[in-house]
Design a binder for this molecule. Structure first.
Ligand SMILES: [Zn+2]
Length: 197
């Protein structure tokens, strides 16, 4: 592992755009010791000072009681699909569509009420059953994906916990910056349901 001095020198050598990029997209994954070096470079080069608060918010994860409360806020939002007030869960779907030598394997995650989530999962399974087999790769992967998706039904709660916790980590900085009020959480859930993995 490089020493702090070496890290400092490395950061000195990075271009402005690389520093900005790290601050915007990668600060969450950096070691705590590196954060002051990154901030120092931003100040020294007179880059956008908002990047500093961005780094601070990304590097301040939700833990303990705060995380529990946030999970509760997420789960108590209205379902983004049917607008019901039922509890929300995280769901994973796997779909294969294939034709000749074209194979598209898609893994997606959604935050929905139980009934909308189960219907999403069933739609994915039926799609794979109908469209999965029609390429060499598809015909090999389809049974595997179908079995995985069916077994996943037994672990709905466990998978939901993972998806909601990952969702909090992914959106950590945004929630820190904009707050965990219903409006922000609702928008983030909509974003999550639209973005593919
Ligand atoms: Zn629903």
């Amino acid at each position: 592992m490089p020493s702090l001095k070496e890290l400092k020198e490395n950061y000195r050598g990075f271009s402005d755009s690389k520093i900005e990029n790290i601050a915007r997209k990668e600060s969450k994954g950096l070691m705590k010791e590196v954060l002051p070096i990154l901030k120092e470079e931003i100040i020294r080069r007179k880059l956008d000072q908002n990047l500093i608060s961005r780094i601070d918010t990304e590097a301040n994860p939700f833990e303990g009681v705060e995380r529990k409360q946030l999970i509760q806020t997420i789960k108590s939002q209205r379902c983004p699909k049917c607008n019901s007030e039922l509890e929300l869960f995280g769901f994973e779907t796997n779909t294969i569509k294939s034709f000749l030598f074209f194979t598209c394997i898609e893994k997606r995650e959604y935050i929905l009420c139980m009934s909308c989530g189960v219907s999403k999962k069933l739609t994915a399974i039926v799609t794979t059953l109908l469209l999965g087999w029609w390429s060499p790769k598809g015909s090999l992967s389809t049974p595997f994906i179908l079995i995985t998706d069916i077994i996943n039904f037994m672990y709905l709660n466990k998978i939901s916990k993972r998806i909601i916790n990952d969702f909090i980590d992914e959106t950590n900085g945004t929630i820190r910056r904009y707050g965990s009020n219903d409006d922000v959480i609702k928008r983030l859930i909509q974003w999550k349901n639209k973005s593919s993995k």
